[in-house]
Design a protein around this ligand. Structure first.
Ligand code: HEM
Length: 529
């Protein structure tokens, strides 16, 4: 009994202390009242676990700057372009360089000084960014890879149409129903793996064998498993960031923690095997001119006599080559970032364009105007730069369905931005959804209207660039932007010049509703004459 009373007393004191700290906090901003330990997360569940609509609701209730507690961690949610401009200012000594400081979790996963996404160390981060600069330069991107992978896709789709397609009503061409999402993911996985490690994975042919019931040829390969596990590996990092060690290691929860951690170790081992394989290939080639020009070879040869990076230097004066584990972690990050964001964006483009015949016709007209009537054209960079309407379609898809609902930054020191005071050591989250869907910055924000991005068009609008965060901004803006835009433009041209799409899915379903990751998009495809 006494123990119970003692426990109740400690609980009451804990709650009193929590609310005392809360009500006497410096620089308070509006926001929903948090509960001890779980913060505002319970309200997310009341909002049917729909993060995007929850954010929209909170923005309209509390305005452009409000507080939200994810567990015990307070986030300042920002959707005022003035503040966004300061946070995203691309200066070297930016107060907002760090994205997230979940030190314990990131250190445990050895992420805090590795890769880009969660790197908190400016020097090692800027060293890795230099590799991206080289590999993403337009003349270093291999457009042939994208067309080659597309030709595989075309082969499998045509074979599905020929073997399993049906004539509909009075149509002259057979059509077939597919779920576009896995095709899109496998397409980008195959392309990014080729650009990263000059390696073919046969993910498209495997998927074809699986759905065409050609099960003799279907093998659940290790490559396939790697890409499935890669999604879980990203979830593991997010989990270590959000969930404090005391909860992660709590008896029952520890099972789940171990499950995620083991998965991360599996993907790391797969990536390390690939790294060792490539190290051997590099050792066997004497002349560095004959080495493959891909990201993995660059990472492996930097600071060695076979350097193909033209001497990318590390500002730490640490001229050592990277270890296998470092190279593997960098590679895993590129692979996971290079798949889901472009794959989801493409799926949303197909969805929105498929629901608006006028937009589809504008796309077809632009393809004909730039490439002519033949369907066997070669795509060049110069052609891609002429695709103004298609570029506007991609931008509009990313405005209405950004790949991330929030973008994180951490303020090292305090700051004053007009009337807003930003306290030191504060976790900030740019509310991308709040910016992209705000009627103060966009005309009819719920409408999918690519024309708003066209210059010299009576429907175009002048928009505040800080209200449009499609690839983020500032120092940490997405380094894959050029690759992603190039791939997406090429794919839109290739897909719409060869196929017609009819959308079956009424409203695309989203995974977890935390980000805009699609799970299913059913469509009917048939060849375009
Ligand atoms: C449609 C495609 C893509 C979209 C919309 C997208 C969007 C974004 C966004 C919003 C960020 C956060 C930027 C910030 O914090 O300011 C980001 C970061 C990042 N993206 Fe992308 N991305 C795409 C494709 C890619 C690709 C293809 C790659 C790699 C090949 C890539 C690699 C990365 C990396 C490494 C970061 C972290 C950068 C850093 O912290 O310095 N992304 N991306």
């Amino acid at each position: 009994m006494l123990i119970l009373e003692l426990f109740a007393l400690i609980l009451v004191l804990f709650i009193l202390k929590f609310y005392y700290d809360y009500f006497t906090r410096s620089t308070p901003y509006p926001g929903p009242l948090p509960l001890p330990i779980i913060g505002n997360l319970h309200q997310y569940y009341y909002h049917s676990n729909d993060f995007l609509s929850w954010l929209r609701h909170l923005s309209s209730k509390y305005g452009d700057v409000f507080e939200l507690y994810f567990g015990t961690c307070k986030h300042l949610m920002i959707s005022d372009p003035k503040i966004v401009e300061r946070i995203m200012s691309p200066v070297k000594d930016s107060n907002y360089f760090v994205r997230i400081t979940a030190k314990d979790g990131l250190d445990e996963l050895k992420k805090g000084k590795n890769g880009l996404l969660f790197n908190v160390d400016f020097n090692s981060w800027s060293y890795i960014r230099k590799f991206f600069k080289v590999i993403m330069a337009p003349n270093n991107l291999n457009l042939v890879t994208v067309t080659d992978v597309f030709h595989d896709l075309e082969k499998f789709w045509n074979s599905l149409i020929d073997d399993y397609g049906q004539f509909l009503n009075d149509e002259q061409e057979k059509s077939i129903e597919i779920n576009f999402v896995p095709w899109s993911r496998k397409f980008f996985a195959e392309t990014i793996m080729y650009l990263t490690a000059s390696k073919k994975l046969d993910l498209l042919s495997n998927h074809y064998n699986k759905i065409s019931k050609n099960l003799n040829n279907f093998q659940n390969s290790k490559n396939e498993e790697f890409f499935d596990r890669l999604i879980l590996a990203s979830d593991c990092v997010q989990y270590y960031i959000v969930v404090p060690p005391s909860i992660r290691n709590f008896p029952f929860i520890k099972f789940y923690t171990n499950y995620l951690y083991k998965n991360l170790t599996w993907t790391r081992n797969y990536a390390c095997d690939l790294v060792r394989e490539n190290r051997k290939i590099i050792e066997s080639i004497d002349d560095k001119e004959n080495l493959p020009f891909d990201i993995l070879t660059m990472l492996l040869t930097a600071n060695t006599p076979k350097d193909i990076t033209n001497g990318i230097s590390n500002d730490n004066n640490n001229e050592k080559p990277m270890t296998d584990e470092e190279v593997a972690d960098n590679m895993m990050e590129i692979l996971s970032e290079g798949i889901d964001s472009p794959a989801n964006t493409l799926s949303f483009i197909v969805y929105y364009v498929g629901n608006n015949m006028e937009i589809e016709q504008f796309i077809i007209d632009e393809i004909k105007q730039v490439f002519g009537l033949s369907s066997n054209f070669k795509i060049t960079y110069e052609d891609l730069s002429k695709l103004e309407y298609i570029e506007a379609v991609i931008k509009e898809a990313l405005r209405i369905r950004p790949v991330t609902a929030t973008i994180s930054r951490f303020s090292e020191n305090s700051d004053q931005i007009d009337e807003y005071k930003i306290p030191p050591s504060t976790q900030l989250a740019i509310n991308v959804m709040g910016l992209h869907m705000n009627p103060n910055y966009w005309k009819n924000p719920n409408e999918f209207n690519p024309s708003r991005f066209l210059s010299n068009n009576n429907k175009s609008e002048t928009f505040n660039k800080n209200a449009f965060m499609y690839f983020g901004g500032g120092l940490r803006m997405c380094p894959g932007k050029n690759l992603a835009m190039t791939q997406l433009k090429m794919l839109i041209v290739l897909l719409y010049s060869k196929y017609k799409f009819r959308i079956i899915t009424k409203e695309p379903s989203l995974q977890n509703n935390v980000n805009t990751q699609l799970t299913e998009l059913k469509i009917k495809i048939n060849r375009r004459k």
